[in-house]
Design a protein around this ligand. Structure first.
Ligand code: NAD
Ligand code: UGA
Length: 436
């Protein structure tokens, strides 16, 4: 079986490479010639741990092209994994890229092709894609399917190769049989395959992301309560998470969720539901609370600076929205840094992988070689993303490099006990401040 993957971004490329690891021949097509040229040279255009090795190992089964028609015409199964960003103005999912890809697929596909939507799409889209293809290619028989992806950036390969489940929305036996075959290597590992309707598969994806976004937002609010009451959110998260009905994952408090998916997907499902007259109040509130949290971060830093950051230097460690990715889409850093600059602060920043992607978005920032370089002359140091390289920093060295002594750890990277007696003021999330 030959697979074509349309769109070679974070999801398309990882999925394509993982399918080749399963043993399939995969052609990855993208309309971005620079991306394809890099891939043809064997370079991975994104930072995703392990992806370069996996791609090199499967080079014989993988090819890359800008010739979408050629890729589609040679395949039995075509996955569409193009972007579905927030539409300007109303926050609904912008389906332009999916629709355009569907039209291109229709022209070039062979009869009997299974067209699978892997992009995150709102309910009704896969059926709509079917209609677009049927209109453009009335003489060809084909199937459509919805196969949402649940991988996370930074652990994408592990998530793809060992998922908790695979969700497959189909409405004919051929599509089901083909997708079962595609995921057969996982089936052998007893991965549950949920076969359901097109609409259920589409809603499942948004429900999963919205639930996780709400879970993070919940613990963030509990963290706020802890800060006022002298509680410790780490202990509370652990204690509630040990209840199997709650579960310990996604209970890490922080600056507020960001990234290319939770913000846009919560906005999209909320906007759609509002338009349909069935508003999702919990999700609307999650969005508002999260936006307020990220929007309020700069004020928190200003308060720690004694009420003003004008003329002060702030070191920011971690610019990507999470560790192990170079993705800065809707990262908290993109809100907090401009706000601090507007209030008169100079920013010294470091990120192990995302500096290049962030640079055009964050003018005026001084990019530093490492955490200690960023700390040089800083009044306050903020840990915004929990990269491993920030987990065992030499506090004495940091303190010496800084001109001030405040560390704001928005990811609770350090244990409170480890921060006692360091001569620093250590502020974290949902825990007591250590001032010594
Ligand atoms: P991305 O922006 O990284 O990549 C999308 C790619 O599609 C780009 O390279 C673009 O050039 C290409 N493209 C657009 N239109 C095309 C066309 N007509 N033909 C060929 N190529 C085309 O996006 P992403 O982060 O990989 O996300 C893709 C989809 O997967 C989205 O719907 C997203 O919500 C979903 N998703 C993303 C993640 C994630 O971790 N990033 C996880 C699960 C699901
Ligand atoms: C998320 C989902 O976890 C994936 O299942 C989904 O496939 C993907 O969105 C998507 O639809 O694109 P991702 O955005 O890559 O994956 O990363 P997450 O690990 O979920 O983190 C998202 C944001 O939440 C980050 O800003 C992260 O720092 C934050 N987060 C996460 C917390 O603040 N606390 C947590 O406990 C977990």
């Amino acid at each position: 079986m030959r697979i074509a993957m349309i769109g070679t971004g974070y999801v398309g490329l990882v999925s394509g490479v993982c399918f080749s690891e399963f043993g399939f021949d995969v052609v990855c097509a993208d309309k971005d010639p620079a991306k394809i040229a890099a891939l043809e040279r064997g370079e991975v255009p994104i930072f995703e741990p392990g992806l370069d090795d996996l791609m090199a190992r499967n080079a014989q089964r993988l090819s890359f092209t800008t010739d979408i028609a050629g890729a589609v015409g040679s395949a039995d199964v075509v996955f569409i994994a193009v972007g579905t960003p927030s539409r300007r103005g109303d926050g609904e999912a912008d389906l332009t890229y999916v629709h355009a890809a569907a039209r291109e697929v229709a022209q070039a596909m062979r009869p009997g092709t299974v067209v699978v939507i892997k992009s995150t799409v709102v309910v009704g889209t896969t059926r709509q894609v079917g209609a677009i293809i049927a209109e453009a290619a009335p003489d060809k028989d084909f199937s459509v399917a919805a196969n949402p992806e649940f991988l996370r950036e930074g652990s994408a390969i592990e998530d793809f190769m060992r998922p908790d489940r695979v969700v497959v929305g189909v409405e004919d036996a051929n599509a089901e049989a083909v997708l079962r075959q595609v995921y057969r290597p996982l089936y052998l590992r007893e991965t549950p395959i949920v076969v359901t309707s097109l609409e259920n598969a589409e809603i499942t994806k948004y429900a999963a992301n919205a639930f996780l976004a709400a879970k993070i937002t919940f613990i963030n609010e509990i963290a706020d309560l802890c800060e006022i009451t002298g509680g410790d959110v780490q202990d509370i998260a652990r204690a509630i998470g040990l209840d199997n009905r709650i579960g310990g994952k996604f209970l890490h408090p922080g600056p507020g969720y960001g990234g290319s998916c939770f913000p846009k997907d919560t906005r999209a499902i909320a906007a759609l539901a509002r338009r349909l007259g069935a508003p999702l109040q919990l999700i609307e509130t999650t969005i508002a609370v999260n936006e307020a949290r990220i929007g309020g971060l700069a004020d928190r830093i200003v308060a720690e600076a004694g009420g003003t950051v004008a003329g002060k230097t702030i070191a920011v460690l971690g610019i990507a929205f999470k560790p192990n990715t170079d993705d800065v889409r809707e990262a908290a850093s993109l809100t907090v840094i401009p706000a601090l600059q507007a209030a008169g602060a100079a920013i010294r920043a470091h990120d192990p992988e995302a500096a290049e992607a962030a640079e055009p978005e964050l003018p005026g920032v001084t990019w530093c070689a490492d955490a200690y370089d960023a700390a040089q002359g800083a009044d306050i140091l903020v840990i915004l993303t929990e990269w491993n390289t920030y987990r065992a920093m030499d506090m004495e060295r940091l303190g010496e490099a800084m001109s001030g002594r405040v560390i704001i750890d928005m990811r609770n990277v350090y244990r409170l006990d480890d921060m006692r007696g360091k001569g620093l003021r250590y502020v974290s999330v949902g825990r007591s401040t250590i001032d010594n």
